[in-house]
Design a protein around this ligand. Structure first.
Ligand code: ADP
Length: 580
């Protein structure tokens, strides 16, 4: 099995039909990846380009380490399962399975042995003598799978393999393909327009729209942190409810009588600069609950429709800020007496907010919150009995600190892979997924202890496999101390340090720091923007590098910067330009 890599891959069909644009993806060896999106978004075209059935207009595709742009499909060593099975009708199941081996002049005994072992794996041993027309849809699909398995290819490609099957069989085949993936530990690339298939089968999902990748992430991250309204409403059933609102201070105004107050957690995640602006609010049906008269967000006069689904009850009702019906999902059987009026509450930690361009304004995984024990001894704070923050009381934002369980906040960009100081904060994590950004890798991992989620960034040439254990370090000065509800009670030292001004410029994706001191600039591989200020002709950006050092940048106003964005610095060109 092998890794599959796509670099800036685009496809323009005749007549200037842009089917796929700038597709970048690194599929790990053994990963199960899903391409999902509405019909016509370019999923099949991408799959067919990987298989070599479609020429690519620009970009590069690698299978393993080999560039395959100009390699014939049959030499790419890839197996493809189609929706219409593509079995040879005149051959028995046995011959269909063994055909490719026969073409490679494999010995009869070897063919027999391999066909039998694959048939056993797929539970079709009794069908070997039959012809395809004597098989059911599910059985034919199994034969088609077997035909791929027998060749032991570098990767398996699936193009909507289950869409011809009835609902019941689809569910069954879904779990069989997942099981098969575990058994053969192969690289699986799977195209579907069905979001349930995507959410239940893949390690990672690529969400596409109009030929563009919208987001690549684990199912859980896609569901919890969608980057735009499209991803938010495409995944999740029933669909997320979308409202038009205006932000006023810490309130989201739905209409003159209705508003929602933002929770601390959501406020902390929000990018700045959206006060008094129109926003789009997203609430998943399952984030509503029945509330009491004393403490509620919505009063609902009447419920339009109730659907009882057994373990869940769906309510269809009208709320302000939205013309269509709002769907509320309650995790119980509500009985017959639920007609309205009722009071509803929203889990305000879980709401989604987007700007008018439909892009999320909630920062994703900027910070990691790690549970620790906190104990004050004299003026010093002891964390987990291992780390000491000296003179804590003078830095604390609260007067009434008592020793307790708390959390430390570590920015994703602050983790290092090597210990630099004796007293560096240390965590051990297991890698779960990876996101390749243009100049760095972002890893999603879990701590062994309590399975806490950790996101960290590292340089592009640093690779970890899913399941690998990694030790991460962060300087104590990069930590902020929080109570267990994630309210910050001590901000780290660095914020108060003097900041350095440099001239900077953004050209395309690259970011140029114009600075005399070249050695200093070299240290900044990327910067995380934390604050934006408007000056007259320029913008002032407060950012931090991966060593967690603060840097203020003066930037041309016409560039589009936002809070939480990563800037990639490129230094060499500046030097050249300066030398000219
Ligand atoms: P999906 O698999 O997501 O449904 P496709 O990859 O099949 O989407 O198609 C992407 C876009 O490219 C669509 O607009 C489709 O009409 C167009 N397209 C697909 N194949 C061809 C072709 N052979 N010639 C011209 N346009 C095509």
């Amino acid at each position: 099995m092998a890794k599959v890599t796509l670099v800036d891959v685009s496809k323009v069909y005749k007549g200037n039909v842009r089917a796929v644009s700038d597709f970048n993806l690194e599929i790990e060896d053994g990963e199960f990846i899903i391409f999902v999106g509405p019909s016509g978004c370019g999923k099949s075209t991408t799959l067919r380009m990987i298989a070599g059935l479609e020429e690519i207009t620009s970009g590069k595709i690698y299978i393993g380490d080999k560039l395959v742009n100009n390699i014939e499909p049959r030499d790419r060593d890839i197996a493809m399962v189609f929706q219409n099975y593509a079995l040879y009708p005149h051959m028995s199941v046995f011959d269909n399975l063994g055909y490719s081996l026969k073409c490679h002049h494999e010995k009869k005994e070897v063919i027999k042995e391999k066909v039998n072992s694959v048939a056993k794996l797929l539970n079709i041993e009794e069908l070997l003598e039959r012809k395809p027309k004597e098989l059911s849809g599910g059985q034919r699909q199994r034969v088609a799978l077997g035909r791929c398995l027998i060749r032991n290819p570098k990767a398996f490609l699936f193009d909507e393999p289950l869409s011809n099957l009835d609902a019941k069989l689809r569910v069954q085949m879904r779990s069989e393909i997942s099981k098969l993936h575990k058994q053969v530990a192969g690289t699986f690339i799977y195209v579907t327009h069905d979001q349930t298939e995507a959410m239940t089968m893949g390690d990672r999902i690529v969400v596409m729209k109009d030929g563009f990748v919208q987001q690549i992430d684990t199912p859980v991250n896609l569901y919890e942190h969608p980057v735009n309204v499209f991803v938010a409403t495409f995944l999740g059933s029933p669909q997320m409810n979308i409202f038009k609102v205006t932000l006023k201070g810490d309130k989201l105004i739905l209409d003159e009588n209705t508003s929602l107050t933002l929770s601390e957690k959501t406020k902390n995640k929000m990018m700045e600069g959206y006060d008094e602006q129109n926003l789009i609010l997203g609430i998943r049906p399952s984030d509503f609950d029945i509330a009491s008269e004393e403490d509620y967000d919505f009063y609902v006069e009447k419920i339009d429709l109730i659907e009882k689904l057994g373990n869940e009850t769906l309510l269809y009702l009208s709320l302000p800020g939205r013309e269509e019906n709002t769907i509320v999902s309650l995790k119980m059987d509500m009985g017959d007496d639920l007609k309205g009026p009722i009071y509803l509450k929203v889990n305000k930690d879980k709401i989604h907010l987007f700007n008018e361009e439909e892009v999320s304004i909630l920062k994703i995984n900027d910070y990691n919150y790690i549970p620790v024990s906190l104990k004050l001894e004299e003026n010093d704070l002891h964390i987990d009995k291992k780390y000491v923050i000296k003179d804590f009381l003078n830095k604390s934002l609260t007067d009434e600190f008592t020793s307790e369980e708390g959390k430390v906040r570590v920015p994703s960009a602050a983790f290092k892979l090597e210990r630099e100081n004796e007293d560096d904060f240390e965590v051990e994590v297991e890698i779960r997924a990876k996101d390749v950004r243009s100049k760095s890798n972002v890893y999603f991992a879990r701590m062994k202890k309590d399975q806490i989620r950790i996101t960290f960034m590292c340089e592009k040439d640093k690779h970890f496999k899913v399941g690998e254990k990694v030790k991460l370090y962060a300087s104590l000065t990069a930590l902020s101390v929080c109570d267990k509800d994630e309210n910050v009670i001590m901000v780290n030292d660095e914020i108060n340090k003097p900041i350095i001004d440099v001239e900077a410029k953004k050209i395309g994706q690259e970011f140029y720091v114009v600075h005399e001191d070249k050695t200093f600039v070299k240290a900044h591989k990327y910067l995380l923007v934390e604050k934006l200020y408007d000056l007259n002709a320029k913008m002032l950006l407060v950012s931090r590098d991966q060593k967690n050092e603060y840097l203020t940048l003066r930037i041309d106003r016409n560039d589009d910067f936002f809070n939480g964005m990563l800037l990639y610095t490129k230094v060499k060109k500046i030097k050249k330009e300066k030398n000219k």
